[in-house]
Design a protein around this ligand. Sequence first.
Ligand code: HEC
Length: 114
Amino acid sequence: MGKMSGQGVMGGKESTVRVGDLTVGKASFTAFCASCHGYSGKGDGPAGATLKTRPRDFTDCAKMTPMADAMLFNVIKDGGAASSLSGDMPPWKDAFEDPEIRDLVAYVRFFCKK
Ligand code: HEC
């Protein structure tokens, strides 16, 4: 846990390991996800409020901590339906490359600050 979150190793000349970058993740999240998930990740975005299955509260550590990074990654990449969640969560594989999805996972994790 926690290995993929936090600021990446960006200072080095060339880093082979690229972990999620919060700044990039935040920019993507604000542009594409906040309408449903809310700017503070609480699932209170204006579009999210109209859905049958409301987006989860990402600040709820009790719910979010047990979810594996791979699970979050897959839901973002392939959409909710592919993971037996609500199909209102769209797949983003055409919009983001895998490293960008990892940035989003890092940012989603950031909402639970414990
Ligand atoms: C159209 C509204 C909508 C948009 C836009 C959207 N989501 Fe979701 N998302 C949902 C809903 C609804 C769920 C809950 C699915 C469930 O619990 O059945 C969900 C679930 C998730 C989950 C799985 C964790 C959980 O809540 O169970 C993650 C991670 C996630 N979204 C991230 C993102 C990211 C990152 C983006 C932007 C790239 C995004 N979402 C954009 C509606 C949306």
